[in-house]
Write a protein that binds this ligand. Sequence first.
Ligand SMILES: Nc1ncnc2c1ncn2[C@@H]1O[C@H](COP(=O)(O)OP(=O)(O)O)[C@@H](O)[C@H]1O
Ligand SMILES: [Mg+2]
Length: 216
Amino acid sequence: MVIFNNVVKYYENLKVLRDISFQITKGEMVFVTGPTGSGKTTLLKLIYLAEKPDEGEITVGDFKVTSLKKSEIPYLRRNIGIIFQDFKLIKNMTVFDNVALSLRIKKEKDIKNLVYEALKKVHLRHKADSYPKILSGGEQQRVVIARAIVAKPELILADEPTANLDPNTATAIMQLINEINLQGTTVIIATHYRELFRNTWKRILRIDEGNLIERA
Ligand SMILES: Nc1ncnc2c1ncn2[C@@H]1O[C@H](COP(=O)(O)OP(=O)(O)O)[C@@H](O)[C@H]1O
Ligand SMILES: [Mg+2]
């Protein structure tokens, strides 16, 4: 599903990723970890082409990301659900409209059913007509997850998905992401927060000074 071959990424003089290679199989759930500033967000951004690598090759599904034309980027992104802190909910739109937005842009049919299906999965069907500001932090994050899964992407990228949540809420969010993964979606979670993967048997890729180390 995701293949990195000898990927190198610089920001000006700063070499963030030195020579990264890994493969993630369809249906897997993988953690990418490492301290703040180690390049976790950058690694996720390379996958959906918000950043370009300076060297190496990246493949996502059928897309050779590194040789994709600009006009083809939307097709790549169509298949990726993104749970990032910089993609906040839109305040003056209801929960329903926030989740529906990407479908409307794509002129998807059957929007109503898809949105309610996604809201049901995150247990927020009853909040469809609410505005984000009346929801708790955990509920807002569940809306963000609904928005990421509504178009049924094959791959979900989650960047620090439990940041700013209390421990119980964080656990519930992780359970939800687990359930989505069990239904067949490939998931990559970037986090510096060790509690999230303390008891997991899932793969953990750690970025250490620009190199990737896989926990045995
Ligand atoms: N757009 C950018 N321009 C310049 N430097 C950046 C940019 N984005 C991130 N960096 C730097 O790259 C390093 C890795 O950042 P990031 O991928 O956000 O790390 P993490 O998500 O692990 O905290 C940091 O030193 C950060 O300051
Ligand atoms: Mg980050």
